[in-house]
Design a protein. Structure first.
Lengths: 285, 255
């Protein structure tokens, strides 16, 4: 089933010279985990902002085309309406704290209060997502006193509590240390278990290879590739466009190890299997 | 990071009263001395406030506030004592400066009222957590956006001041003098403003996005996580307070 349909989406920020997104058309299936990659200025963040309706409702500029989420056209719906279908988490964990609540527990309630969720339901959801995001220990702390990883998990939990169908994460780990990054990716893996459609922008290609079933490669506002993860990472022209490949793919490429589909392995386990198949079990001993 | 708040946690009867009743009390207590401008009336309300502060076990916290306005009150006494329009009866003279009974009485009236306002607001602010007070107003129809502004100021000002010290450290690390005479400090302050204001603007912009995607502008009626705890008898107390205000008004109009 199609969850998101994008037709000829173009967008130019006011005062900008070039279009940030240029004629993008694609479809996203329900339950897909899409990894979005691309160099700087590729339009990744603009793409995310369009999905939640911040473009064109919050950022004014030249908007063309349409985004349909189920039956909801983002152009004709308010951000508040869209936010119940599509959740957004972005880079800076600090700025995603509302600043109006004194405890983690209350912070989780912020979005629910705004959307008029009944109190009993609110408590059920808060307890659930506190658990799911491992925030029970800090639930009475001031949100501003959390570590980066905890703050980002709080941001994810606050959005999860709104029960969106689609979850957009715009480089959620770019400002975190390795430990915080690990925490957030663990949290992201739980999103998959909740059967959400996830769109994750990240430069952590190894992680994307583990989680995403499809990769959307953007460059200069256009789509370079939108295909299965292994197919995209097997392309030979990624480096030319300023992108790397997952470390396992790079090793496989050096060793010219391809599978039956003529693709390089992208995950640790796949590479190991192929190495064993080629060099025998005692490899490295 | 601490939220800005003067709230003092104590176990007292006053602390248990719900914010809205306290707000009504403050309103009545502040307004009525202006309707009924007699010295005895103002003084008795002030005395009541003082007793309530004692009951709330927060009197100690009021002293610095009172001492701060003491200078202003002193000025009122000096100026009115000497120059009040209706001055007739000389009370005493120092260095050829004469003080009059009428002026001193008038000054007392103003000062008592000012102290009364101060005590009444202290009673509210020292015994009510700001978050509860704001929420209680939002429940009764104050726009949620205004409530948010009030909330966030309390949290974001401490945040800005910690940002400011980070920026100052960075500038100090590059050899800028930030300590020393007043002039040096003023000079150090100017380059601080730019980065501080800019970073605050950027943060505010990002935060507003985060708020939007959490339904900040949703048209639906807001609900609340916390239930309002109103002790028994508060309704009657609120009605009594408003009746009292009405009585003062009637008394004044018929007098």
């Amino acid at each position: 089933m199609k969850e998101i349909i994008i037709n000829n989406l173009s967008y130019k920020y006011s005062l900008a010279e070039n279009k940030a997104l240029n004629n993008i058309s694609l479809e996203i299936e329900k339950g897909d985990f899409i990894g979005v990659i691309g160099p700087n200025k590729a339009g990744k963040s603009t793409f995310c902002k369009s999905l939640v309706g911040l473009i064109p409702h919050f950022y004014k500029g030249e908007f063309e085309g349409e985004i349909l989420i189920d039956d909801l056209n983002t152009l004709n719906s308010s951000i508040a309406e869209i936010s119940l279908k599509v959740g957004l988490v972005f880079q800076d964990p600090f700025n995603q704290i509302s600043g109006a609540k004194l405890s983690v527990y209350d912070e989780l309630a912020f979005g629910l209060e705004n959307n008029g969720v009944e109190r009993e339901e609110m408590i059920t959801r808060i307890d659930k997502y506190l658990d799911l995001m491992d925030l029970n220990e800090v639930k009475d702390n001031n949100p501003f006193e959390l570590s980066g990883g905890q703050m980002q998990r709080l941001a994810i939990a606050s959005i999860m509590a709104l029960k969106p169908d689609v979850f957009v994460l715009d480089e959620p780990t770019s400002q975190l240390d390795p430990q915080g990054t690990e925490e957030v990716f663990k949290a992201v893996s739980r999103l998959r278990e909740e059967n959400l459609t996830v769109i994750l922008v990240s430069q952590k290609l190894n992680k994307l290879a583990d989680y995403a079933n499809k990769i959307l490669f953007l460059n200069q506002g256009g789509i370079v590739a939108y295909d299965d993860t292994a197919a995209v990472f097997s392309r030979n022209d990624l480096e030319q466009m300023g992108m790397g490949v997952p470390i396992y793919t790079e090793i496989a490429r050096e060793l010219e190890l391809k599978n039956e589909k003529d693709q390089y392995p992208i995950r640790n386990s796949e590479l190991k299997e192929m190495l064993v198949a080629k060099y025998g079990k005692n490899i490295g001993k | 990071m601490r939220s800005l708040s003067l709230y003092v946690k104590r176990n007292s009867l006053i602390h248990k009263i719900d914010p809205f009743t306290k707000i009504i009390y403050v309103f009545v207590s502040v307004i009525s001395p202006f309707i009924m401008p007699t010295l005895i009336f103002s003084a008795s309300l002030t005395l009541i406030n003082l007793m309530l502060l004692l009951l709330a076990k927060v009197v100690k916290r009021v002293i610095p506030i009172i001492s701060f306005v003491f200078i202003i009150i002193l000025t009122i006494f000096v100026i009115q004592g000497m120059f009040y329009g209706a001055n007739q009866t000389k009370l005493f003279t120092i260095f050829n400066l004469s003080f009059y009974v009428e002026g001193i009485l008038y000054a007392a009236k103003i000062s008592i009222r000012a102290i009364n306002v101060l005590l009444a607001f202290s009673l509210l602010i020292l015994t009510t957590p700001p978050a509860e007070m704001i929420e209680s107003l939002v429940r009764r129809g104050m726009p949620a956006k205004l409530g948010y502004i009030m909330h966030s100021v309390l949290q974001i000002i401490p945040m800005m001041s910690s940002n400011a010290s980070i920026i100052m450290d960075a500038q100090r690390a590059r050899g800028m003098e930030t300590e020393g005479s007043l002039w040096v400090r003023i000079k150090a302050f100017i380059p601080l403003i730019g980065p501080l204001v800019m970073s605050s603007l950027v943060n505010t912009h990002e935060r507003s996005i985060a708020l939007e995607v959490r339904g900040f502008s949703a048209a639906t009626k807001k609900t609340f996580l916390h239930q309002e705890e109103v002790p028994g008898g508060m309704k009657q107390l609120r009605i009594f307070l408003l009746l009292f205000l009405a009585a003062v008004l009637v008394w004044r109009l018929t007098l």
